[in-house]
Design a protein around this ligand. Sequence first.
Ligand code: NAI
Length: 697
Amino acid sequence: MYRRWAGWRNVDREGLGTMAEKQKIYLNWKPGTDEEGILWCYLDVADKSTNVLSSTVLEELEQIISAVESDLPKGVVIASAKENGFIAGANIDEFITTKDSDEALAYITRIHDLFNRIDSLGCATLSLINGFCLGGGLELALACRYRVALDDPKTRIGLPEVMLGIHPGFGGTMRLIRLIGAVQAIPLMLTGRTLDARKAKKLGVIDKIVPERQMQRAALNLIRKNAPRRTPSTLQRLANHDLVRPLLAKYMRSELRKKANIHHYPAPFAIIDLWEQKGGSEKGMLKAEAESVAKLFITETSRSLVRLFKLQDRLKSKNSDVDFKAKHIHVIGAGVMGGDIAAWCALQGLTVTLQDREPKFIAPAMKRAHKLFKRKLKQTRLVTAAMDRLIPDHKALGVEKADVIIEAIVENAEAKIGLFKELESRAKEGAILATNTSSIPLNEISQHLKNAERLTGIHFFNPVAKMQLVEVIHSAQTGEHWVDKASAFCQQISRLPVPVVSSPGFLVNRILTPYLLEAVALWEEGVPAEQIDKVAKKFGMPMGPVELADTVGLDICLSVSQNMAATLNITIPEKLHQLVDAGHLGKKSGRGFYQYEKGKAKKDKNMTISSLPDIEDRMVMRILNECVACLDEGIVEDKDLLDAGMVFGTGFAPFRGGPMNYALNKGTGDVVQTLNDLESKYGERFCAHKGWQQLDS
Ligand code: NAI
């Protein structure tokens, strides 16, 4: 990347000023001047379906801006020639290859120079936004004087850099604050939240939102008017006063600390720091932004989050060649899972029939679906349309019409076998037959079918609307094309499919179980639940294992553990049996390891983490050892998919990039040594799996 930028400054700007030069052929840009003398620059990144700001794209833009500077047009419009959107951001592949913060700073400084030149052009400048406009794309748009956006749900506007462990680095921190004020701008950057067109207009990020047919006219009107750029109100500007900034920054920091740990996620804290220290000067803020982001680029957090982002992309695009698009889904079992799976599919635009034994079992699912649609879709007409797509069907009339049939009835093999025998004879040819079972081996059901290869597991996680992961379960009997079709269906409904071999606990529950059981063992030894959970959260887990066990349900934890204990070397702590026998099933029964009041665990908030040895290691090493066992047994194809499964299915510390990424960064020798030490103290459950020897450190 650096090499391609070298010499960039030496571009001969003399002679580039003619109109012919402005309209010369570029690889990625299509500039052209209209009869009014306005230069329209359309970005159409070569060989990519989506526009991103790579160094070549920026290099060409630099040439265009040089030409513009020496022969000023009436105005400059930056637009996208791609139908799917404006610009999705910077080219991630380039910035992850930076070796150190000096190299990163050199890269950033060059882009700053370019965007500053756009910002100070002596003519009107405008970005015409026809869809997503994210990260570096929005930073380019912010360097323009005006922004017009397409009034359409596909328009998403934001600075999501914190999701990659960095913050805006192309001048966006200063320019968004300059445009809408710190109180509005900083929370957007801290959360990385994206806005729809209307919200962006309301906040002032966008000057005008219009339907597609009026986009060019709206751009022309703004350029012709040539009004000064928008500025925040006097009250909004007050937040930037030297005396106010430290007070506001202190408040923002204390709020942020409730949600993020500075050691795990330094980027949002850095945004507040640089604004507090340099927010009084535009130049000072730009310089500080470049220096700060250059340091963040090379952190372990950023590298891990970028890796996960790319893994997510891999899961999204893996089956793009599979020719399968479902229109109608039939879900059987309208309980916790079936009801929510049906609602999710309807939310994604599919027609769904939802079957249960009687209408009264379907009614609660319809109510929950309505709540979900209201929360996600907001507009009444869209909610009504989604409700129309979700059809209660206790007579099972949808079976013959469905492209995908998902079974989510009670966890009972006999019941599921009986159901699938009937479904197989009624389902249309080519329809996917899938079970959402969390523990029954696929073969136990498929061996009773005429065509055993047709059955797959499509194992969703609870809550369906929140957890992105779906395990696509297959056995030796399952046909490969059925696995591909099931995966393509998951992608169609915006979930991330990871193919997993049918074996006890599949992937995620198998790895989680030893971790949860170790937490119960610690509790049995007298370590308070609060302390166990605090240690896990400090490591980076979204929820402690004790509270997680209570939330899943101790009866479910016990049955999954028993299921796995039949084939794997697992000892179930006696206390788990006792609690379940006493009816203390966790959150749902009001008592488990914790007592619950109005659904909230009563915890001793003042409990400090004492120096009890090995708590973190005992829990984390059980996870890592089980991961290696799964890889060794080929439960999942590779360690990247395993990491994706654990992060998107359980929320495993994303800044660590998944358990295997963590283990390899730590060093396999170090991990094995820790396991050996733990084995000598606590017994053979810590015996290092033989698979560690095959992994590179
Ligand atoms: P649930 O008990 O909430 O719902 C099951 C529903 O199936 C009930 O509404 C019941 O009336 C209906 N049902 C039972 N027999 C039926 C039949 N023959 N025909 C039509 N409907 C029938 O159960 P839940 O929790 O939704 O679990 C369903 C499946 O999903 C199970 O296989 C479970 O292992 C699996 N699963 C559960 C997860 C969870 O967190 N609860 C997570 C992932 C998978």
